[in-house]
Design a protein around this ligand. Structure first.
Ligand code: AOF
Ligand code: ZN
Length: 331
């Protein structure tokens, strides 16, 4: 289909907003003139700033968009939020056709009806699955009022994240670790535990860091505390259930504080506990084997005796970061 290549471009443009638009969605836009020539592009760059459609249209000053087509990965908004409705500007500028990737899940938005009422042709559902994946965080937030939770782990072929004495640097290669930085940027906060801080003293460069430290055992001089905004959960400010900090409470509290997505980067015990809240798993695998039964596993939570009782996940993709791979799963 002729519009797919432009929708792909919208998705690419939208990704330029990663790390800056939360809690808003990632949105990109392409404008074609009445002959089908691309005349402008735009994207939502930062929370509170222009939406993608407005960004693309305001770059045009001579009316060349008149009778043109606007392609956008999300249904244009029709409400007054931080910015005025995009539908109004689209109508004012004489756009004839609007091509949309997915409908907006925000109940305040009903742009399609408004556009159609103004006589604009609307085509929906172009690369809809890709558009939904792009905004999986926004969709979960809007439909469930909960943060999107992901786990990142990096293991050997035998599923180990460290040897029995805790040695873990480095399992994966430089290339894979560079990718981890990109993944982190898509999330509002990273989350780790006192055990990981004490064992590895990681920096985990990020804007926001959630630290689970039940007994307040971590040294405030640890590298993780030296940058970013820090949120510490401990037994004084968090309910404890069976000797563990209540994860649901932590996720809800984080959400109230504007953290709409969390990337967990910790050990097998927390990973195991967090699984039931987890939406997505990023699993890097290095072609190495520790061969030691007492090495630490990436998900360490219960002993299953019947293989049919294993938890099941939905395969989402595999990428090559030679010599390592990244497997992605949804729960
Ligand atoms: C965006 N960027 O490019 C589009 C959005 O408070 P506001 O005015 O920024 O409105 C946010 C809502 O607008 C958002 O929840 C979504 O439903 C809709 N569309 N949002 O941030 C965009 N097109
Ligand atoms: Zn808008």
């Amino acid at each position: 289909m002729q519009y797919e290549k432009y929708m792909k471009k919208c998705i690419q443009l939208a990704k330029q907003g990663e790390g800056n638009v939360s809690p808003n969605p990632l949105v990109g836009c392409v404008v074609l003139d009445k002959f089908g020539n691309e005349i402008s592009t735009g994207y939502h760059a930062r929370y509170g700033e222009n939406h993608a459609e407005r960004d693309a249209l305001l770059k045009l000053k001579n009316g060349e968009e008149n009778d043109g087509t606007l392609i956008v990965n999300l249904e244009p908004c029709s409400h007054f939020g931080k910015t005025p409705p995009c539908t109004n500007l689209i109508i004012e500028r004489g756009i004839k056709k609007v091509v949309i990737g997915m409908r907006d899940v925000n109940p305040k938005v009903d742009g399609i009806t408004k556009l159609k009422a103004a006589g604009i042709e609307v085509i929906e559902g172009i690369l809809e699955n890709e558009c939904k994946t792009l905004n999986e965080i926004f969709i979960k937030n809007q439909t469930q009022n909960k943060p999107f939770i992901a786990i990142k782990t990096a293991t050997t072929l035998d599923g180990k994240i460290a040897t029995s004495n805790g040695s873990s640097k480095w399992i994966t290669s430089e290339k894979a670790r560079e990718e981890v930085k990109k993944i982190r940027n898509r999330y509002d906060a990273i989350l780790t535990t006192s055990s990981t801080i004490i064992a590895d003293n990681p920096t985990m460069e990020h804007r926001k860091k959630i630290i689970l430290d039940r007994e307040l055992k971590t040294d405030k001089n640890s590298k993780i505390y030296q940058s970013g905004e820090i949120f510490v959960f401990n037994k004084k400010n968090t309910p404890v259930i069976e000797n563990k900090l209540d994860l649901e409470f932590i996720f809800n509290r984080a959400y109230e504080q504007g953290i709409k997505s969390i990337l967990i980067e910790s050990g097998g015990i927390l990973n195991g506990e967090a699984l039931k809240y987890t939406d997505k798993i990023y699993h890097f695998i290095a072609p190495k084997i520790t061969g030691d039964n007492s090495s630490k596993s990436c998900f360490d939570f219960k002993r299953i005796t019947d293989i049919n009782e294993s938890l099941h996940f939905r395969f989402a993709g595999v990428e090559n970061f030679e010599p390592d791979i990244l497997l992605t799963y949804y729960s």
